[in-house]
Design a protein around this ligand. Structure first.
Ligand code: FBP
Length: 264
């Protein structure tokens, strides 16, 4: 494991990654509610908010826009990803080498692993190559650890999510990004299962301000390290108040209600 103390993707041990790989993973439909977000520059601008410690994008988006933002955002190179058009068993193509991501100036790499998929074995082997290359470049590794596929009956069950965070530890990630298991108590198990790997919550589809911030508060109370979020930030007409609130909950330890009251 690589301690994150000298990595810009963590601040005082807390992580807030803004994710923008949705054009690849879900397609342009995710940009319909706020059409300006189709333009990656709109979301790069959002990622310059002080609360954000890392910005996760696929290679093509980074090649086109990161050079203009390299002083303002910390790049998390999302090195694998697959479209929603693919209907087979869950899998993800490695479409960005770690060497090239490092050359481009990446501060960390992101890698999806679908534990439980019929492709888990080959994905774990691809993760090995990416993780070892990241070590050679001294880059931390964030695992999007999402159990899915024929081996997984219920991917929202706390035991399955604890297994997901544990896979990140066992395979050599530095940060495990997992789905929220629904309560602080369940999240404690998920965090304990991966220690000392840092565990962060994956944002999910857009919800109302309070319930979203309450889940982030529960993650922090469970000793989680923070959040990786996409739609719950940039699908808001004005994402700034939400990022202000996340700054308060993640970096300043406020409750969801305090943070919302302060940003109202
Ligand atoms: P969200 O906060 O919008 O859920 O983004 C986090 C993320 O992991 C993205 O990096 C990725 O594109 C998406 O979720 C995957 O979502 P899904 O659960 O539909 O595969």
């Amino acid at each position: 494991m690589r301690p994150l103390t000298d990595s810009p993707i963590a601040r005082d041990g807390k992580v807030l990654i803004l994710a923008y790989d949705h054009g690849l993973e879900h397609g342009p439909v995710d940009f319909e509610s706020v059409p300006e977000t189709m333009n990656p520059e709109t979301v790069f601008d959002i990622a310059t908010h002080e609360a954000v410690t890392g910005f996760a994008v696929p290679k093509g988006v980074a090649e086109a826009h990161y050079p203009s933002y390299e002083d303002d955002v910390n790049l998390v190179a999302k090195v694998n990803g697959t479209s929603n058009l693919w209907m087979g068993e869950h899998d993800s193509a490695v479409n960005w080498s770690v060497d090239y991501a490092a050359e481009m100036g990446a501060d960390a790499i992101g890698f999806t692993l679908y534990g439980g998929s019929n492709h888990e074995v080959e994905m774990a082997e691809e993760f090995r190559d990416a993780q070892e290359a990241a070590r050679r470049h001294d880059l931390p590794v964030v695992m999007w650890s999402y159990p899915r596929g024929q081996g997984v009956k219920n991917d929202t069950k706390d035991g399955v999510i604890a297994y997901a965070s544990r896979l990140a530890l066992e395979l050599g990630a530095d940060v495990a990004k997992v789905k929220y298991p629904g309560s602080r108590e369940a999240m404690e198990w998920v965090v304990d299962a991966a220690a000392p790997v840092k565990v962060i919550m994956s944002g999910g589809s857009k919800t109302d301000d309070l319930s979203f911030l309450e889940s982030v508060e529960a993650v922090m109370a469970a000793d989680g390290a923070g959040l990786a979020v996409g739609r719950n930030v940039w699908q808001r007409e004005n994402p700034e108040p939400m990022l202000d609130a996340l700054q308060r909950v993640i970096h300043e330890g406020q409750s969801a209600e305090e943070a919302l009251a302060a940003t109202a």
